[in-house]
Design a protein around this ligand. Structure first.
Ligand code: F3S
Ligand code: F3S
Length: 108
């Protein structure tokens, strides 16, 4: 899957959301997250991000490697209990702004 790294924090341009054909980019409080179980690796989101926050998990810059696990963590540890879809294909438009981040992002 693709992942969103640190440059998205407090920028949240959201051009990526419009490009994603499976609606798998979810909005937290200060950053967006790609659901690794829904992303089909199409890559459409990567070139549209103005701050180059998005890359494939195998090509993440060394300084952003923690964000691979952190994107996953958002769906495993943060979303459950918040009445939001976790693995149903698509759904970020329905979920809307979730308004919470992973602890790692909240601390930046
Ligand atoms: Fe963030 Fe870039 Fe998307 S800033 S919201 S990853 S277009
Ligand atoms: Fe969507 Fe980007 Fe994956 S456009 S399917 S999140 S590669």
């Amino acid at each position: 899957p693709y992942v969103i790294a640190e440059p998205c924090i407090d920028v949240m341009d959201k051009s990526c959301v419009e490009e994603c054909p499976v609606d798998c980019i979810y909005e937290g409080e200060r950053k967006l997250y790609i659901n690794p179980k829904e992303c089909i690796d199409c890559g459409a989101c990567e070139p549209v991000c103005p701050v180059e926050a998005i890359s494939q998990d195998r090509r993440v810059a060394p300084e952003h490697v923690d964000f691979v696990e952190d994107n996953r963590r958002f769906f495993i540890e943060v979303l459950p209990g918040r009445d939001a879809p976790i693995s149903a294909p698509g759904g970020s438009h329905k979920t809307g702004r979730i308004g919470v981040d992973t602890p790692m992002v909240a601390d930046r």
